[in-house]
Design a protein around this ligand. Structure first.
Ligand SMILES: Nc1ncnc2c1ncn2[C@@H]1O[C@H](COP(=O)(O)OP(=O)(O)O)[C@@H](O)[C@H]1O
Ligand SMILES: [Mg+2]
Length: 226
């Protein structure tokens, strides 16, 4: 299945009457099971691309199909539901709630989606290696551990696709490597489709394909040979 398909996708911002063209005609097709890294320098439009693909930001022009349906054919409610249940997000700064424990951060994402599969939380705590840290608060954990909580949270409703925005950008090399190996496992073992954006070319090798974005245009699209 084609999970994502865009045709001539454009996004621009107007600020103080100044127009900034951020995405300039993106044609992209991502199949279920791919692990796609989008690389490009700072300001090339990577974050904007993720936000537009997930409906968090509105596109300006062109077409986006998510799960084989045009994005504007989803109602706001359907789109919100889609983001809760079929899409998981991982951010550079983890975005955990500081006043909730590890367990409750994961649980909250489940409750918000009207799920109640406690067994799933246990499995995920084990999967990311944090079963013994369930009662810790985010500020009691290293950055790498916080990112693993965020990954468990992203997985709790069993989404088909994971969007990751610079997931290792705030981590040292060793912790960054562990996160990339975990993402690779999600792709290979759990068959999650992953779209990761990063300025770091070294991360390309963990995926199955990479795209290079420069000034909002894809200039390379290559399969990674293993
Ligand atoms: N909300 C916004 N309003 C105006 N300009 C924006 C906004 N978000 C991003 N931009 C501009 O879009 C360009 C690309 O930003 P971004 O997608 O964050 O790039 P990247 O993630 O590759 O660093 C930048 O020039 C940025 O200033
Ligand atoms: Mg960015």
């Amino acid at each position: 299945m084609r999970i994502i398909e865009t045709k001539d996708l454009h996004k621009y911002y107007y600020e103080n009457h100044v127009k900034t063209d951020v995405l300039n005609g993106i044609n992209l097709s991502i199949n279920q099971g791919e692990f796609v890294s989008v690389v490009g320098p700072s300001g090339s439009g990577k974050t904007t691309l993720l936000y537009v693909l997930s409906g968090l930001e509105k596109k300006t022009k062109g077409s986006i199909k998510l799960f084989e349906k045009e994005i504007e054919e989803y109602s706001d409610h359907e789109m919100a539901r889609l983001r809760q249940t079929k899409i998981g997000f991982i951010f550079q700064f983890y975005n955990l709630l500081p006043n909730l424990t590890v367990y409750d951060n994961i649980l909250l994402a489940q409750v918000l989606a009207n799920n109640s599969n406690k067994q799933r939380i246990e499995e995920l705590l084990n999967y990311v290696g944090l079963a013994n840290f369930r009662n810790y608060y985010p500020n009691q954990l290293s950055g790498g551990m916080q990112q693993r909580v965020a990954i468990a949270r992203a997985l709790v409703n069993n989404p088909a696709i994971i969007f990751a925005d610079e997931p290792t950008g705030n981590l040292d090399v060793k912790n960054g490597l562990a996160i990339m190996e975990l993402l690779q496992k999600l792709n290979q073992e759990l068959h999650k489709t992953i779209v990761l954006v990063t300025h770091n070319e070294d991360l390309i090798k963990y995926g199955t394909r990479y795209l290079r974005l420069i000034d909002g245009v894809i200039i390379d699209d290559e399969i990674i040979s293993k």
